[in-house]
Design a protein around this ligand. Structure first.
Ligand SMILES: [Zn+2]
Length: 81
């Protein structure tokens, strides 16, 4: 399973991000390559303005990180035989 951050809502996107020209997180130009970041949600009254937005990649500096789960405890320091 791949964790995906939820893209910013439509009203927080600028024109270029909304058009898919720039990364929805860091605003970088996506001329060099892009991938889908998911669906940005928006609405205006009864009209749904949801739109697919794009990101520069998994290493985007502004991309939210997955929530950390607590790693299983390893007691390697104590209790060694
Ligand atoms: Zn980016």
């Amino acid at each position: 399973m791949t964790w995906k951050p939820k893209p910013p809502p439509v009203d927080q996107l600028n024109y270029a991000q909304h058009s898919g020209w720039r990364c929805c997180w860091c605003n970088k130009s996506l001329m060099g390559g892009a991938r889908s970041a998911g669906i940005s949600r928006g609405s205006s009254g009864v009209h749904v303005l949801d739109i697919e937005v794009y990101e520069c990649g998994p290493r985007c500096p502004k991309r939210p990180r997955p929530p950390r789960r607590r790693p299983p405890k390893k007691d390697s320091q104590e209790g060694t035989p």
